[in-house]
Design a protein around this ligand. Structure first.
Ligand code: KG4
Ligand code: ZN
Length: 337
């Protein structure tokens, strides 16, 4: 089954064609991130304007690269939310127009479900449920116990900022460009991750929620009170802050694995899963730990939306072809703990 996916929830305009949920025929991504480098984050109105301009060229390129014709596409999957409203509308309107013109079913996909599907993209191994999945991006940080592609329990979530947001706000404090994850990772290269002491959030709590706002405040005051802002000090501060964020994510994952001993695999997805320091710290778990096989599948992309759409169709049949929901009424079909 060949699905054309569309993702426009933040500042990317992405169109992909994916066969049977795993085989990526193309995954075209246009990003307006460079336009926001000097700002602390995305300007929603600007992002949506750029998406209006990019959408048709990106779609044309995706059809060409995947050698697809409208006849060869079986369904269209699109991110229905959450995300920036104007940006979501660009993808939603495009998807609806194509579905109506080409007479194809339309599948509205929750953005997080897209991230949760990303380890299946171009994956050669057979993955096994139950999966403990950490999804950490700029908009959310969740822990899921996944029983199948469409069934699972939300067992932990952030109580304030998302992990990617902690990187983005941290970068802004340190005067580094947006997006903060890659720029803090770069600034931290060769730095001493133990040079500055950051608290481990929610250390004594047995629940599986996250909290990053204390780390951000701690960075703010540490930076303000530094006696010198030379390159070595900033490198060490970036390395220590990055380590503190990653350490908190891993601490919660360890607790979750202890509470869900039937787990067969751990998946780490979302923009923050591209972080190499996080990956290096994740080496020591008793079950296989997997990431999306390409870095471009970690951050926002349409291939993951097409993949999730396929698995929704496999498990929910015609229920997957629901009418396109608005953000206010969307649901993930998952149980919340
Ligand atoms: O999943 P994503 O592309 O978009 C959302 O759904 O939010 O994630 C973007 C987030 C940003 O906050 C960005 O700073 C972070 O992921 N990110 C990273 C890295 N690459 C992107 N964080 C840490 N290390 C990275 N290498
Ligand atoms: Zn995302």
């Amino acid at each position: 089954m060949r699905i054309l996916g569309i993702e426009t929830s933040c500042d990317e305009t992405s169109v992909a064609v994916v066969e049977d949920g795993t085989h990526v025929l193309c995954n075209v991504i246009a990003s307006s991130k460079e336009a926001f480098e000097q700002h602390a984050g995305v300007i929603p109105e600007e992002a949506a304007r750029m998406q209006v301009e990019c959408m048709i060229p990106v779609l044309a390129q995706a059809l060409k690269q995947s050698k697809s014709t409208p006849e060869s596409i079986d369904a269209i999957a699109v991110t229905k939310g959450p995300g920036l409203l104007g940006s979501l509308l660009v993808g939603g309107v495009t998807a609806r127009a194509l579905a109506s013109l080409w007479k194809k079913p339309l599948i509205g996909v929750h953005h997080t479900l897209g991230h949760l599907s990303s380890p299946w993209l171009d994956q050669e191994e057979k993955l096994q449920f139950p999966v403990l999945c950490l999804s950490a991006s700029g908009g959310h940080t969740d822990l899921w116990c996944r029983l199948s592609h469409t069934k699972g329990i939300l067992i932990g979530r952030t109580r304030d900022d998302a992990a990617g947001e902690a990187f983005d706000k941290g970068a802004s404090i340190l005067g580094l460009p947006y997006p903060g994850g890659p720029s803090i990772a770069k600034a931290a290269e060769g730095g001493d991750a133990q040079a500055f002491d950051f608290p481990l959030p929610l250390k004594e709590e047995s629940h599986l929620d996250f909290s990053f706002s204390g780390l951000k405040t701690s960075l703010k005051y540490t930076f303000r009170d530094l006696r010198t802002h030379d390159a070595t000090t900033i490198r060490n501060l970036a390395a220590s802050y990055q380590h503190a964020i990653c350490n908190h994510l891993i601490d919660r994952l360890k607790k979750a694995l202890h509470q869900y001993p039937g787990t067969k695999e751990i998946h780490v997805v979302g923009g923050v899963s591209a972080n190499t320091h996080l990956r290096s710290l994740l080496g020591t778990f008793p079950v296989p730990v997997r990431f999306p096989v390409k870095l471009s599948y970690c951050t926002d992309n349409a291939a993951m939306i097409a993949s999730a759409g396929y698995f929704m169709h496999q498990e929910l049949k015609n229920e997957a072809f629901q009418s396109f929901e608005t953000e206010a009424s969307l649901s993930l079909n998952f149980t919340k703990a």
